[in-house]
Design a protein around this ligand. Structure first.
Ligand code: BGC
Length: 351
């Protein structure tokens, strides 16, 4: 196991950005930058033990800063905060105060706003012990930043283990009542460029219910059953099998079947050519399965690959969208004196 650090460039306002490379010693290599906490590259072994790229991303910081990228705003590999996914009409009320957030997605607020956690510079610290190697990122989001209340200190630790598990541990504290829903926005295509879309990837999500949404992707409050619909991934099948029955493609939070609040299996993905397997475990109540519906071929990444529609999928572990306005959903409120904690594990293997 090893960790190295190298300069990755500068932001327009002159902040020096680094790229950290974590190696498991068993074929997994991860590149993470302290700009947005972005996972820029993730190599895992295929069935023959050959490492290949399984995430969408770029080799240069400039590509994450370009106006073409910012205009599309796909959030490749980035940390998302303060609130993953949408808040209806960019407003919520907490302890009698109404807060207004930037509108950046139709009539709604998405992924923390204009300058969310995906676009800020995190303080980074290397961590290493016998079994893991990693990087701990810390960011202080000031009271009022992007409209959210409270000085919020967020810490996100990426840890890679010898046996090819990536753990993302999120923590946060606040000095005022606030809301929080952190996640990582990696897009995966487990084929290392062999497949121009992920429709043949086979997916399992142990969820008997999902969060129904309206046309602007805001929850209606209903949690319909997946059974008998194209939302049923309780048994493994290709993503493409039912995608045409879902207007716009998959972009839904699945309500995980769970007992207790520990780590539970949230998804498993199998890619038939490389025979790569990725398993996702989380402490969160939900997982957003997004099938890369808004990728449109205007961005090119690793290997010159063109990121067209459905080139990659995201599996974002999280609380449900718009929870601050949905009293029936698990709460996303964080109070002073409490510590927000969330853990997600990605296990990489082959069949
Ligand atoms: C959301 C999508 C959005 C995408 C990129 C996903 O988490 O669910 O609706 O288009 O992020 O912004």
């Amino acid at each position: 196991m090893n960790i190295t650090k190298r300069p990755f460039g500068q932001t327009p306002d002159g902040a020096a950005i680094d790229l950290y490379t974590l190696t498991s010693g068993n074929g997994v290599t991860i590149n993470i930058t302290n700009y947005g906490g972005i996972i820029t590259s993730l190599l895992t072994p295929d069935k023959d033990g050959l490492p290949g790229e399984i995430v969408l991303g770029f080799d240069q910081l400039q590509d994450y800063l370009s106006s073409a990228y910012i205009a599309k705003c796909p959030y490749f590999g980035a940390l998302i905060g303060r609130y993953g996914n949408r808040i209806a009409r960019a407003q919520f009320t907490l302890e009698g105060n109404t807060y207004t957030l930037p509108i950046n997605n139709g009539p709604n607020h998405l992924h923390g706003g204009i300058r969310g956690f995906d676009k800020v510079v995190w303080q980074a610290q290397e961590v290493m012990d016998k079994m893991t190697v990693g990087v701990r990122l810390t960011y202080l989001s000031k009271d009022g930043e992007e409209g959210y209340p409270g000085n919020l200190t967020a810490t996100v630790t990426y840890l890679l283990s010898r046996d090819n598990e990536l753990t993302i541990a999120y923590e946060a504290v606040t000095d005022k009542a606030t809301i929080i829903n952190l996640t990582n926005h990696s897009y995966f295509n487990l084929s290392n460029g062999a497949m121009p879309d992920v429709l043949d990837h086979e997916l399992t999500i142990p969820a008997d219910r999902y969060v129904a949404v309206d046309q602007t992707l805001i929850p209606t409050g209903e949690l319909p059953e997946t059974k008998g619909t194209a939302m049923d991934f309780t048994t493994r099948h290709p993503i493409g099998e039912g995608i045409n029955q879902v207007p716009g493609g998959y972009d839904h939070t699945f309500v995980l079947n769970r007992s207790g609040d520990g780590l539970t299996v949230a998804a498993q993905v199998y890619e038939p050519i490389s025979e790569r397997v990725m398993e996702v475990l989380t402490t969160e109540p939900g997982i957003q399965f997004y099938s890369g519906n808004f990728l449109d071929g205007t961005l090119r990444g690793h290997g010159g690959w063109v990121y067209s529609k459905h080139y990659g999928f995201c599996l974002e572990t999280q609380h449900f969208p718009d929870s601050p306005n949905q009293p029936g959903f698990p709460s996303t409120t964080l109070l002073p004196g409490q510590t927000y904690r969330s853990t997600t594990v990605y296990r990489f293997s082959t069949r």
